[in-house]
Design a protein around this ligand. Structure first.
Ligand code: F6P
Length: 475
């Protein structure tokens, strides 16, 4: 297949490094995305002639993709890197993204299913699966078109589990990597999936030269699944890698001291009240983040340790996520309801126990990080969880970290965190108590060590490590 732009390095992911909003008179306003991949891509320099292939997600993206007509769009501040947005049929996209990626694969890897109602793999599921295949094929074909001979292609996440094998068939000359940003399910849970689907997902990823994960635990689970489902396990041509993405200390520290963050700190301080401790959490309102049990643990803290009443505030930011799905909307309502119940039951005229914000605001998140005495990160399961890594880096006075043992970050931060079983509300309440009661000196020392561990592999290096490992690998 002829190469259109001859890229030497390619990234593929559902969500891209830029998105477009439609402004006045139909003008398209680009907004650069954040995250480790964008920083990583900026680090490789223009000579790589990199291309990022992603899906057009909203109206603005679709309009931009149509205007580009298969061509490339620029990504601001990334040293000339460019993006190709795929204008995938809206129904195909909805079935692939909401149906399979977010309602099946996300639920399997985060072990979120609740019997007796879930899961049901019926004819509707099979139709969505066909859309997931079509979506992956669109990516494989675009990558095959854009890549120069022997180029390195880094394919991201559960949305694109089939693309590596599809691409391998189209372009055997390429170096293909796949990276999972989620946990990987244990074999017994993964085998909830119909056998043929489980096998397709695994062989899809095994089409890559390298399958990489955020922690050894998720990599081992993937290997176990290959043995359990495919028999012979990992073929000799595929290597397994582990790269634990860290926080971007330089970016965070600079960004957290700008004027907009100072303004939000003043507003938050007014909401919290003078001299009170803060327990901070910042999450997408996502079922795996376990926000409701976090609130229940806070309620139990106020019950079991009444000495904290009026002396602590739980600052909880729960930003909307995947609101097309009813289960996420219901979860958002539940978060709101439990927070209101706590405020009604315990609040006093001068004290609001829970300060809940649901409107996404990065500057305000950083303001909360700076004010945090305690960070609460209690996911049911999480690939890494960058909030656990970011708060110790940014907090002004150093923070204690209450951390779920099921977050990938536990592997690197477990020693200095107060570790909890995410289902154990009583255990989490007691860990919050211990974190609040921790002497300031100990808290500052632990926080310093947490920040050092959290920044060991900054995003640019994380990206370059993967790229080098892929290109150094002999086939
Ligand atoms: O954790 C996996 C991941 O793909 C992250 O990279 C990202 O934060 C999240 O899921 C994105 O979810 P969505 O694109 O559905 O909002």
């Amino acid at each position: 297949m002829a190469s259109t732009h001859g890229a030497e390095v390619l990234v593929a992911s559902n969500r891209g490094p830029v998105s477009y909003a439609v402004g006045e008179g139909g003008a398209l306003r680009p907004k650069r995305g954040g995250g480790g991949l964008v920083s990583g891509l900026s680090a490789i320099g223009p000579e790589a002639n990199a291309v990022w292939v992603c899906a057009a997600l909203g109206e603005g993206d679709r309009a931009a993709a149509r205007r580009a007509d298969g061509g490339l769009l620029p990504v601001a501040d990334t040293g000339g890197q460019r993006v190709r947005m795929l204008d995938i049929d809206a129904d195909v996209f909805a079935d692939a993204y909401n149906g399979i990626a977010n309602s099946v694969l996300w639920f399997v890897h985060h072990m979120l299913y609740q019997t007796p109602l879930e899961p049901v793999f019926d004819a509707a599921f099979r139709r969505q699966w066909a859309a997931y295949e079509a979506y992956n094929r669109a990516f494989a074909e675009a990558l095959a078109q854009e890549a120069a001979e022997g180029a390195a292609v880094l394919i991201q996440d559960y949305h694109l589990a089939l693309a590596p094998r599809m691409l391998r068939r189209l372009r055997p000359d390429l170096r293909i990597g796949h990276f999972s940003h989620t946990p990987w399910a244990p074999a017994e849970y993964f085998r909830l999936l119909p056998d043929d689907i489980a096998a397709e997902l695994l062989t899809g990823i095994l089409g890559a030269d390298r399958a990489a994960f955020l922690t050894r635990r998720w990599a081992d689970a993937f290997t176990d699944c290959c043995h359990a489902v495919l028999g012979p396990g990992i073929p000799s041509g595929t290597r397994i890698g582990v790269h634990g993405l860290g926080a971007d200390a330089d970016f965070l520290r600079e960004r957290a001291h700008r004027a907009d963050v100072d303004e939000r700190m003043a507003a938050l301080r007014a909401e919290i009240g003078e001299g009170r401790r803060t327990i901070v959490r910042v999450d997408r309102t996502e079922l795996s983040k376990n926000i409701v049990r976090g609130l229940l643990a806070y309620r139990q803290l106020l019950d079991a340790h009444p000495e904290w009443r009026e002396r602590v505030v739980h600052v909880a930011f729960a930003y909307p996520s995947r609101q097309d799905l009813a289960v996420y909307r219901e979860y958002t309502d539940q978060v709101r309801k439990v927070a209101e119940e706590i405020n009604e039951r315990y609040g006093t005229p001068g004290w609001t126990p829970v300060v809940l914000h649901v409107k996404d605001d990065f500057a305000r998140s950083l303001a909360a990080y700076r004010l945090a005495d305690v960070a609460l990160v209690n996911p049911i399961r999480d690939g890494m969880n960058l909030v656990a890594k970011e708060v110790p880096v940014v907090s002004d006075e150093g923070c204690a970290l209450v951390l779920s043992r099921e977050a990938g970050a536990y592997a690197e931060l477990g020693e200095d965190a107060l570790v909890v079983n995410p289902y154990d509300v009583t255990g989490t309440a007691e860990a919050l108590h211990a974190a609040l009661a921790m002497p300031a000196g100990e808290r500052a020392e632990r926080s310093k060590r947490l920040a050092a561990a959290a920044t060991a592999l900054p995003p640019a290096q994380w990206f370059l490590d993967q790229l080098h490992a892929l290109t150094a690998q002999s086939s």
